[in-house]
Design a protein around this ligand. Sequence first.
Ligand code: IPM
Ligand code: MG
Length: 364
Amino acid sequence: MKEFNILLLPGDGIGPEVTAQAELVLQHIAEIHKFNLRLKHGLIGGAAIDEHNDPCPQETLAVAEESDGILLGAVGGPKWDGLPLNERPEKGLLRIRSELGFFANYRPAKVYASLANASPLRSELTKDVDILILRELTGGLYFGEPRGRDTSADAVEDTFAYNTLRYSRKEIERLVTLAFTAAKQRDNRLCSVDKANVLETSVLWREVVNELAKDHPEVTVSHLYVDNAAMQLVRAPASFDVIVTENLFGDILSDLAAQLVGSIGILPSASLRKDSKGLYEPVHGSAPDIAGKNQANPLAAILSAAMMLRYSLQLDEAADHIEAAVTKTLDSGIRSADLLDQDGDSNKQPIGCKELAEAVINNL
Ligand code: IPM
Ligand code: MG
């Protein structure tokens, strides 16, 4: 029997609730498809700060490096909001991404037919949406040095703060190469998003995309400035196939894409490097307002687990199986609170986190 080591990092807020449900789904799918999962639990984010005074303990990084796949819930919450940036829960997430080298963040956003009315946009605009955002995850403004705040000035109004936006050709090349591969497995269209009318890093980004395009003549390449891309994503979202972009732009556009499919509660993601190891996490955050109330949507975590089976464990059939069970569950009309129709389907009672996951498991 095939065996895999999986590390679960539930984190904070709704993270533990949604990863617990994804864990149940994994246990069921392993039984059905006859493979063995050795599941370990670890600490990250606020949970790790509380225990070890460190949002990303060495122990977590060491176990993660030995695991075949890592499933993370979410990090952050009001409890740790007062901490300096360097000590916050988010730093834990940024460190595991960067120290383990997960530079390629895949964020698919595909509309489910049965959720056509969940988006605030008209369904005729969103019904054919099937976008893959490939976000650079270990460079750019998030990690550029120097960064900080200068407090040496005598007058308070002279204080300044700074971050560095820096990209090397190599960083761009390795991501964009994967974007061409992804486009070829989809509809052969690649849109690179930058701000090349203002930023040097974007000029380099665009150069690299155009150079690599020569090796992939079958892929139609376009470039959009990020402000225009935001507008086009709302105006004509179905016109996009693969979007490749830098770290911060990808962060912003993937939240926008969440509203095209109806809710950020169903968006999974995979962060990969050159080997098959990966970090899988919902695109949503820790949602402290609904934490512990059994109201969270577990689908993004469950779908992230499916991505883990596909990309890190090469268990395509098992991944397809989970995704089909999710589709079937949504087709049956079951909804968590975040998925209720925008046009106010007042008769519908939302279902809880556990109950939604149970329905998925029943459909497996
Ligand atoms: C995301 C999140 C994170 C990010 C935060 C929590 C650091 O917004 O995964 O999109 O900005 O990358
Ligand atoms: Mg984000």
